[in-house]
Design a protein around this ligand. Structure first.
Ligand SMILES: *Cc1c(COP(=O)(O)O)cnc(C)c1O
Length: 422
Protein backbone atom coordinates (compact mmCIF):
# COMPACT_ATOMS: atom_id res chain seq x y z
CA UNK A 1 0.00 0.00 0.00
CA UNK A 2 1.46 3.37 -0.94
CA UNK A 3 1.07 6.63 0.90
CA UNK A 4 0.17 9.96 -0.57
CA UNK A 5 2.58 12.77 -1.28
CA UNK A 6 2.54 14.11 2.29
CA UNK A 7 4.54 11.03 3.25
CA UNK A 8 7.69 12.71 2.03
CA UNK A 9 7.55 15.17 4.91
CA UNK A 10 8.71 12.47 7.29
CA UNK A 11 11.84 11.88 5.29
CA UNK A 12 13.74 15.05 4.54
CA UNK A 13 16.52 13.35 2.62
CA UNK A 14 14.62 11.80 -0.26
CA UNK A 15 11.79 14.23 -0.97
CA UNK A 16 10.87 12.71 -4.31
CA UNK A 17 9.98 9.28 -2.95
CA UNK A 18 6.77 7.96 -1.43
CA UNK A 19 7.43 5.77 1.56
CA UNK A 20 6.01 2.75 3.33
CA UNK A 21 4.75 3.14 6.92
CA UNK A 22 7.84 1.50 8.42
CA UNK A 23 10.05 4.05 6.67
CA UNK A 24 7.93 7.01 7.77
CA UNK A 25 7.99 5.80 11.39
CA UNK A 26 11.74 5.19 11.42
CA UNK A 27 12.65 8.48 9.74
CA UNK A 28 10.19 10.99 11.27
CA UNK A 29 12.12 14.08 12.37
CA UNK A 30 15.52 12.44 11.81
CA UNK A 31 18.26 14.97 10.92
CA UNK A 32 16.13 18.02 11.55
CA UNK A 33 18.10 19.58 14.43
CA UNK A 34 19.74 22.75 13.11
CA UNK A 35 21.69 23.50 16.31
CA UNK A 36 23.88 20.43 16.79
CA UNK A 37 22.94 18.15 13.92
CA UNK A 38 21.44 15.63 16.36
CA UNK A 39 20.34 12.58 14.40
CA UNK A 40 17.24 12.08 16.55
CA UNK A 41 14.96 15.08 17.09
CA UNK A 42 15.53 16.58 20.55
CA UNK A 43 12.72 16.94 23.09
CA UNK A 44 11.56 20.53 23.67
CA UNK A 45 10.01 20.78 27.11
CA UNK A 46 9.95 24.58 27.26
CA UNK A 47 6.49 26.05 27.77
CA UNK A 48 7.43 29.30 26.02
CA UNK A 49 9.67 30.69 23.28
CA UNK A 50 11.31 34.10 22.97
CA UNK A 51 10.31 36.59 20.34
CA UNK A 52 13.10 37.63 18.02
CA UNK A 53 12.69 41.28 19.08
CA UNK A 54 9.61 43.51 18.76
CA UNK A 55 6.89 41.79 16.66
CA UNK A 56 9.41 39.04 16.00
CA UNK A 57 7.22 35.99 16.61
CA UNK A 58 9.06 32.84 15.63
CA UNK A 59 7.45 29.56 14.55
CA UNK A 60 6.65 28.76 18.19
CA UNK A 61 5.61 31.08 21.01
CA UNK A 62 3.77 28.95 23.59
CA UNK A 63 3.52 25.15 23.94
CA UNK A 64 -0.29 25.07 24.23
CA UNK A 65 -0.49 26.39 20.66
CA UNK A 66 2.52 24.61 19.23
CA UNK A 67 5.54 22.54 20.26
CA UNK A 68 8.34 21.16 18.05
CA UNK A 69 8.37 17.70 19.66
CA UNK A 70 4.58 17.37 19.43
CA UNK A 71 4.64 18.58 15.81
CA UNK A 72 7.09 15.87 14.74
CA UNK A 73 4.74 13.18 16.10
CA UNK A 74 1.66 14.88 14.64
CA UNK A 75 3.24 15.02 11.19
CA UNK A 76 4.42 11.40 11.45
CA UNK A 77 0.90 10.17 12.33
CA UNK A 78 -0.62 12.33 9.57
CA UNK A 79 1.88 10.91 7.06
CA UNK A 80 1.13 7.36 8.20
CA UNK A 81 -2.60 7.94 7.68
CA UNK A 82 -2.12 9.84 4.43
CA UNK A 83 -3.57 13.05 5.90
CA UNK A 84 -2.47 16.69 5.79
CA UNK A 85 -1.85 17.10 9.51
CA UNK A 86 -2.71 15.76 12.96
CA UNK A 87 -3.47 17.42 16.29
CA UNK A 88 -1.92 15.53 19.21
CA UNK A 89 -4.18 15.55 22.27
CA UNK A 90 -3.88 14.58 25.92
CA UNK A 91 -5.99 11.40 25.42
CA UNK A 92 -8.08 9.59 22.84
CA UNK A 93 -11.18 11.06 24.50
CA UNK A 94 -9.72 14.57 24.13
CA UNK A 95 -9.25 13.89 20.38
CA UNK A 96 -12.89 12.78 20.10
CA UNK A 97 -14.12 15.81 22.06
CA UNK A 98 -12.06 18.02 19.74
CA UNK A 99 -13.59 16.27 16.72
CA UNK A 100 -17.13 17.00 17.93
CA UNK A 101 -16.34 20.76 17.83
CA UNK A 102 -17.22 20.61 14.12
CA UNK A 103 -20.88 19.99 15.06
CA UNK A 104 -23.10 22.87 16.16
CA UNK A 105 -25.99 22.79 18.62
CA UNK A 106 -29.02 21.22 16.93
CA UNK A 107 -26.89 19.34 14.40
CA UNK A 108 -26.78 15.54 14.44
CA UNK A 109 -23.97 12.99 14.92
CA UNK A 110 -24.24 9.29 13.98
CA UNK A 111 -22.10 6.97 16.10
CA UNK A 112 -21.90 3.16 16.13
CA UNK A 113 -24.31 1.46 18.54
CA UNK A 114 -21.40 -0.58 19.89
CA UNK A 115 -18.77 2.20 20.02
CA UNK A 116 -16.06 2.51 22.68
CA UNK A 117 -17.73 3.05 26.07
CA UNK A 118 -16.00 6.37 26.71
CA UNK A 119 -17.17 7.65 23.32
CA UNK A 120 -20.73 6.63 24.16
CA UNK A 121 -20.52 8.42 27.53
CA UNK A 122 -19.10 11.62 26.01
CA UNK A 123 -21.70 11.79 23.23
CA UNK A 124 -24.63 10.97 25.54
CA UNK A 125 -23.74 13.49 28.22
CA UNK A 126 -22.78 16.36 25.90
CA UNK A 127 -25.93 15.73 23.85
CA UNK A 128 -27.89 16.01 27.11
CA UNK A 129 -26.26 19.42 27.65
CA UNK A 130 -27.34 20.52 24.16
CA UNK A 131 -23.92 20.57 22.46
CA UNK A 132 -25.34 18.45 19.60
CA UNK A 133 -27.80 15.64 18.96
CA UNK A 134 -26.64 12.05 18.67
CA UNK A 135 -28.08 8.85 17.21
CA UNK A 136 -26.47 5.45 17.79
CA UNK A 137 -26.85 3.33 14.65
CA UNK A 138 -25.83 -0.22 13.78
CA UNK A 139 -23.38 0.62 11.01
CA UNK A 140 -22.75 -3.01 10.10
CA UNK A 141 -26.36 -3.08 8.82
CA UNK A 142 -26.14 -0.90 5.69
CA UNK A 143 -29.90 -1.04 5.10
CA UNK A 144 -30.61 0.33 8.59
CA UNK A 145 -27.93 2.95 8.08
CA UNK A 146 -29.35 4.05 4.71
CA UNK A 147 -32.78 4.36 6.36
CA UNK A 148 -31.30 6.53 9.12
CA UNK A 149 -29.65 8.76 6.48
CA UNK A 150 -32.95 9.03 4.61
CA UNK A 151 -34.73 10.16 7.81
CA UNK A 152 -32.14 12.82 8.58
CA UNK A 153 -28.61 13.19 7.30
CA UNK A 154 -26.18 13.96 10.14
CA UNK A 155 -23.44 16.61 10.08
CA UNK A 156 -20.87 13.99 11.15
CA UNK A 157 -20.68 10.22 11.18
CA UNK A 158 -18.18 8.42 13.42
CA UNK A 159 -17.12 4.95 12.29
CA UNK A 160 -15.27 2.53 14.57
CA UNK A 161 -14.00 -0.71 13.09
CA UNK A 162 -13.24 -3.39 14.23
CA UNK A 163 -15.65 -3.03 17.13
CA UNK A 164 -14.79 -3.66 20.75
CA UNK A 165 -14.92 -6.35 22.11
CA UNK A 166 -16.59 -8.55 19.47
CA UNK A 167 -14.46 -7.41 16.51
CA UNK A 168 -17.35 -6.84 14.13
CA UNK A 169 -16.34 -4.95 11.00
CA UNK A 170 -18.00 -2.00 9.30
CA UNK A 171 -17.63 -1.57 5.54
CA UNK A 172 -15.86 1.79 5.59
CA UNK A 173 -16.04 2.48 1.84
CA UNK A 174 -19.78 1.69 1.75
CA UNK A 175 -20.53 3.94 4.75
CA UNK A 176 -18.40 6.71 3.22
CA UNK A 177 -20.32 6.45 -0.07
CA UNK A 178 -23.64 6.87 1.79
CA UNK A 179 -22.32 9.75 3.87
CA UNK A 180 -20.65 11.52 0.94
CA UNK A 181 -23.95 11.60 -0.95
CA UNK A 182 -25.60 13.23 2.05
CA UNK A 183 -22.83 15.82 2.53
CA UNK A 184 -21.90 14.33 5.89
CA UNK A 185 -18.38 14.60 7.33
CA UNK A 186 -16.81 11.18 8.00
CA UNK A 187 -14.46 10.35 10.87
CA UNK A 188 -13.07 6.92 11.67
CA UNK A 189 -11.63 5.73 14.99
CA UNK A 190 -8.63 3.67 13.78
CA UNK A 191 -7.29 2.79 17.24
CA UNK A 192 -7.75 -1.00 16.98
CA UNK A 193 -5.68 -1.48 13.81
CA UNK A 194 -3.34 1.51 13.38
CA UNK A 195 -2.44 2.94 9.95
CA UNK A 196 -0.18 -0.05 9.31
CA UNK A 197 -3.25 -2.28 8.95
CA UNK A 198 -6.03 0.12 7.90
CA UNK A 199 -6.09 3.59 6.36
CA UNK A 200 -9.61 5.06 6.53
CA UNK A 201 -8.71 8.21 4.56
CA UNK A 202 -7.90 6.04 1.55
CA UNK A 203 -11.33 4.40 1.96
CA UNK A 204 -13.13 7.76 1.81
CA UNK A 205 -13.04 9.21 5.34
CA UNK A 206 -12.21 12.88 6.03
CA UNK A 207 -10.80 12.48 9.52
CA UNK A 208 -9.14 9.79 11.64
CA UNK A 209 -9.10 9.46 15.40
CA UNK A 210 -6.52 7.58 17.46
CA UNK A 211 -6.10 6.74 21.06
CA UNK A 212 -2.29 6.83 20.78
CA UNK A 213 -2.38 5.17 24.22
CA UNK A 214 -2.81 1.90 22.33
CA UNK A 215 -0.78 0.67 19.30
CA UNK A 216 0.83 3.97 18.20
CA UNK A 217 2.71 4.44 21.47
CA UNK A 218 2.49 0.73 22.11
CA UNK A 219 4.33 0.54 25.45
CA UNK A 220 1.48 1.21 27.91
CA UNK A 221 3.24 4.24 29.39
CA UNK A 222 1.40 7.16 27.76
CA UNK A 223 -2.24 8.26 27.56
CA UNK A 224 -2.70 10.33 24.41
CA UNK A 225 -4.73 10.87 21.28
CA UNK A 226 -4.60 12.22 17.73
CA UNK A 227 -7.03 13.78 15.29
CA UNK A 228 -5.82 13.48 11.70
CA UNK A 229 -7.33 15.69 8.97
CA UNK A 230 -7.17 14.91 5.29
CA UNK A 231 -7.36 18.58 4.31
CA UNK A 232 -5.40 21.62 5.40
CA UNK A 233 -8.66 23.45 6.10
CA UNK A 234 -9.82 20.85 8.62
CA UNK A 235 -6.38 20.65 10.21
CA UNK A 236 -6.33 24.43 10.71
CA UNK A 237 -9.82 24.34 12.20
CA UNK A 238 -8.97 21.61 14.74
CA UNK A 239 -5.55 23.12 15.56
CA UNK A 240 -7.29 26.41 16.32
CA UNK A 241 -9.76 24.69 18.66
CA UNK A 242 -7.04 22.59 20.34
CA UNK A 243 -5.23 25.81 21.24
CA UNK A 244 -8.47 27.49 22.29
CA UNK A 245 -9.58 24.74 24.69
CA UNK A 246 -6.05 23.67 25.65
CA UNK A 247 -6.25 19.89 25.24
CA UNK A 248 -2.96 19.33 23.40
CA UNK A 249 -0.65 16.47 24.35
CA UNK A 250 2.40 17.19 26.50
CA UNK A 251 5.91 17.35 24.98
CA UNK A 252 7.15 14.48 27.14
CA UNK A 253 4.22 12.24 26.14
CA UNK A 254 4.87 13.26 22.53
CA UNK A 255 8.52 12.26 22.88
CA UNK A 256 7.58 8.84 24.28
CA UNK A 257 4.95 8.37 21.58
CA UNK A 258 7.50 9.14 18.85
CA UNK A 259 9.86 6.60 20.39
CA UNK A 260 7.06 4.02 20.47
CA UNK A 261 5.93 4.86 16.94
CA UNK A 262 9.36 4.05 15.49
CA UNK A 263 8.70 0.32 15.86
CA UNK A 264 4.96 0.32 15.09
CA UNK A 265 5.27 -1.79 11.94
CA UNK A 266 7.39 -4.60 13.38
CA UNK A 267 5.41 -4.61 16.63
CA UNK A 268 1.98 -4.95 15.09
CA UNK A 269 3.05 -7.48 12.45
CA UNK A 270 4.61 -9.69 15.13
CA UNK A 271 1.62 -9.27 17.46
CA UNK A 272 -0.70 -10.13 14.59
CA UNK A 273 1.23 -13.29 13.68
CA UNK A 274 1.03 -14.43 17.31
CA UNK A 275 -2.67 -13.52 17.46
CA UNK A 276 -3.48 -15.74 14.49
CA UNK A 277 -1.71 -18.73 16.12
CA UNK A 278 -3.50 -18.08 19.40
CA UNK A 279 -6.90 -17.65 17.72
CA UNK A 280 -6.43 -20.99 15.92
CA UNK A 281 -5.34 -22.66 19.17
CA UNK A 282 -8.39 -21.33 21.02
CA UNK A 283 -10.74 -22.31 18.21
CA UNK A 284 -9.56 -25.92 18.45
CA UNK A 285 -9.75 -26.09 22.26
CA UNK A 286 -12.70 -28.01 23.79
CA UNK A 287 -13.08 -25.47 26.64
CA UNK A 288 -13.52 -22.58 24.21
CA UNK A 289 -16.94 -22.07 22.65
CA UNK A 290 -16.56 -19.22 20.18
CA UNK A 291 -13.54 -17.24 18.98
CA UNK A 292 -13.93 -13.76 17.52
CA UNK A 293 -10.96 -12.91 15.32
CA UNK A 294 -11.32 -11.44 11.80
CA UNK A 295 -8.28 -13.43 10.63
CA UNK A 296 -10.15 -16.73 11.04
CA UNK A 297 -11.89 -17.89 7.87
CA UNK A 298 -14.96 -18.62 10.03
CA UNK A 299 -15.31 -14.96 11.13
CA UNK A 300 -18.44 -13.51 9.44
CA UNK A 301 -16.50 -10.46 8.21
CA UNK A 302 -13.34 -12.28 7.11
CA UNK A 303 -13.82 -11.30 3.44
CA UNK A 304 -14.40 -7.65 4.35
CA UNK A 305 -11.28 -7.72 6.54
CA UNK A 306 -9.24 -8.99 3.57
CA UNK A 307 -10.70 -6.23 1.40
CA UNK A 308 -10.35 -3.11 3.57
CA UNK A 309 -7.52 -4.02 5.96
CA UNK A 310 -3.93 -5.01 5.28
CA UNK A 311 -3.88 -7.28 8.32
CA UNK A 312 -6.18 -8.64 11.01
CA UNK A 313 -4.71 -7.01 14.10
CA UNK A 314 -3.86 -8.51 17.46
CA UNK A 315 -7.13 -8.35 19.40
CA UNK A 316 -9.04 -11.59 20.01
CA UNK A 317 -12.20 -12.26 22.00
CA UNK A 318 -13.53 -15.66 22.99
CA UNK A 319 -16.25 -17.32 25.04
CA UNK A 320 -15.05 -19.73 27.67
CA UNK A 321 -17.19 -22.84 28.23
CA UNK A 322 -18.76 -23.26 31.68
CA UNK A 323 -19.45 -20.46 34.14
CA UNK A 324 -17.84 -18.07 36.57
CA UNK A 325 -15.84 -20.80 38.33
CA UNK A 326 -14.10 -21.69 35.05
CA UNK A 327 -13.42 -17.99 34.40
CA UNK A 328 -11.81 -17.58 37.80
CA UNK A 329 -9.68 -20.71 37.31
CA UNK A 330 -8.42 -19.41 33.98
CA UNK A 331 -7.66 -15.89 35.23
CA UNK A 332 -5.94 -17.23 38.36
CA UNK A 333 -3.68 -19.57 36.41
CA UNK A 334 -2.55 -17.23 33.62
CA UNK A 335 0.92 -15.77 34.22
CA UNK A 336 1.67 -14.04 30.92
CA UNK A 337 -1.68 -12.30 30.39
CA UNK A 338 -2.18 -9.45 32.85
CA UNK A 339 -5.77 -8.84 33.91
CA UNK A 340 -6.06 -5.21 32.81
CA UNK A 341 -7.88 -2.80 30.52
CA UNK A 342 -6.34 -1.00 27.54
CA UNK A 343 -4.63 -2.74 24.63
CA UNK A 344 -1.92 -2.51 22.03
CA UNK A 345 1.11 -2.65 24.33
CA UNK A 346 4.14 -4.94 24.27
CA UNK A 347 2.64 -6.95 27.15
CA UNK A 348 -0.24 -9.37 26.65
CA UNK A 349 -3.47 -8.54 28.46
CA UNK A 350 -6.70 -10.28 29.26
CA UNK A 351 -9.89 -8.40 30.09
CA UNK A 352 -13.36 -9.49 31.15
CA UNK A 353 -15.52 -6.96 29.26
CA UNK A 354 -18.70 -7.54 31.32
CA UNK A 355 -17.04 -6.42 34.58
CA UNK A 356 -14.27 -4.22 33.18
CA UNK A 357 -14.40 -2.31 29.87
CA UNK A 358 -18.18 -2.61 29.47
CA UNK A 359 -19.29 -2.53 33.13
CA UNK A 360 -20.99 0.82 32.54
CA UNK A 361 -23.53 -0.97 30.29
CA UNK A 362 -26.37 -2.64 32.18
CA UNK A 363 -26.91 -6.38 31.80
CA UNK A 364 -29.66 -6.00 29.22
CA UNK A 365 -27.61 -3.61 27.07
CA UNK A 366 -24.71 -6.07 27.23
CA UNK A 367 -27.01 -8.89 26.14
CA UNK A 368 -28.19 -6.81 23.16
CA UNK A 369 -24.56 -6.07 22.27
CA UNK A 370 -23.72 -9.79 22.56
CA UNK A 371 -21.31 -9.39 25.48
CA UNK A 372 -21.83 -12.46 27.66
CA UNK A 373 -20.36 -13.08 31.11
CA UNK A 374 -18.15 -15.80 29.59
CA UNK A 375 -16.57 -13.41 27.10
CA UNK A 376 -12.86 -12.64 27.48
CA UNK A 377 -10.76 -10.24 25.40
CA UNK A 378 -7.06 -10.68 24.68
CA UNK A 379 -4.56 -8.05 23.55
CA UNK A 380 -1.61 -10.01 22.20
CA UNK A 381 1.79 -8.56 23.07
CA UNK A 382 5.35 -9.29 22.03
CA UNK A 383 6.12 -12.24 24.28
CA UNK A 384 7.26 -15.35 22.34
CA UNK A 385 4.14 -17.02 20.97
CA UNK A 386 5.20 -20.46 22.23
CA UNK A 387 5.30 -19.04 25.77
CA UNK A 388 1.85 -17.47 25.35
CA UNK A 389 0.42 -20.73 23.97
CA UNK A 390 1.99 -22.73 26.81
CA UNK A 391 0.54 -20.30 29.35
CA UNK A 392 -2.96 -20.61 27.88
CA UNK A 393 -2.60 -24.39 27.67
CA UNK A 394 -1.66 -24.80 31.34
CA UNK A 395 -4.41 -22.42 32.49
CA UNK A 396 -7.05 -24.27 30.44
CA UNK A 397 -5.64 -27.59 31.74
CA UNK A 398 -6.08 -26.26 35.28
CA UNK A 399 -9.80 -25.82 34.59
CA UNK A 400 -10.06 -29.40 33.38
CA UNK A 401 -8.09 -30.70 36.39
CA UNK A 402 -10.28 -28.75 38.81
CA UNK A 403 -13.50 -29.98 37.24
CA UNK A 404 -12.26 -33.59 37.39
CA UNK A 405 -11.59 -33.12 41.12
CA UNK A 406 -15.03 -31.58 41.57
CA UNK A 407 -13.56 -28.26 42.70
CA UNK A 408 -15.85 -26.13 40.61
CA UNK A 409 -17.94 -24.42 43.23
CA UNK A 410 -19.53 -21.29 41.86
CA UNK A 411 -18.33 -18.12 43.55
CA UNK A 412 -20.74 -15.27 44.36
CA UNK A 413 -20.98 -12.29 42.03
CA UNK A 414 -18.53 -9.46 42.53
CA UNK A 415 -19.82 -6.40 44.36
CA UNK A 416 -20.36 -3.25 42.34
CA UNK A 417 -17.49 -1.44 44.04
CA UNK A 418 -15.09 -3.87 42.41
CA UNK A 419 -16.36 -3.02 38.96
CA UNK A 420 -14.46 -0.59 36.85
CA UNK A 421 -16.58 2.08 35.21
CA UNK A 422 -14.52 2.90 32.12
C1 LIG B 1 -9.03 3.60 24.37
C2 LIG B 1 -9.91 4.03 23.26
C3 LIG B 1 -10.39 5.35 23.18
C4 LIG B 1 -10.12 6.37 24.26
O1 LIG B 1 -8.77 6.69 24.32
P1 LIG B 1 -8.05 7.18 25.69
O2 LIG B 1 -6.64 7.39 25.24
O3 LIG B 1 -8.23 6.09 26.70
O4 LIG B 1 -8.72 8.44 26.10
C5 LIG B 1 -11.17 5.69 22.09
N1 LIG B 1 -11.48 4.79 21.13
C6 LIG B 1 -11.04 3.51 21.19
C7 LIG B 1 -11.42 2.57 20.10
C8 LIG B 1 -10.26 3.09 22.25
O5 LIG B 1 -9.83 1.82 22.31
Amino acid sequence: MTLNARAVHACQNSPSQIFQPETIAARAGVETDPTHGAVMPPIYLSSNYTFDGYKGKRQYDYTRSGNPTRDVVGQAIADLEGGFGAVLTSSGMAALDLLFHCVKPGELIFAPHDCYGGTYRLLRHKADLGFYRVKFVNQTDLTALAKAFAEEAPRLILIETPSNPLLRLTDVAAVCALARQAGTLIAADNTFLSPVLQRPLSLGADLVIHSTTKYLNGHSDVVGGALVSKTEEHHRFFSWWANCIGNAGSPFDSYLTLRGLRTLGVRIRQQEASALSIARFLQAHPLVETVYYPGLETHPNHALACQQQSGFGAMISFELAGGEAELIQLLDHLHLFSLAESLGGVESLIAHPATMTHAAMDEQARAVAGISNQLLRLSIGLEAVEDLLADLTQALDAIQAASLQGEMTPVGAQSDSQLCAV
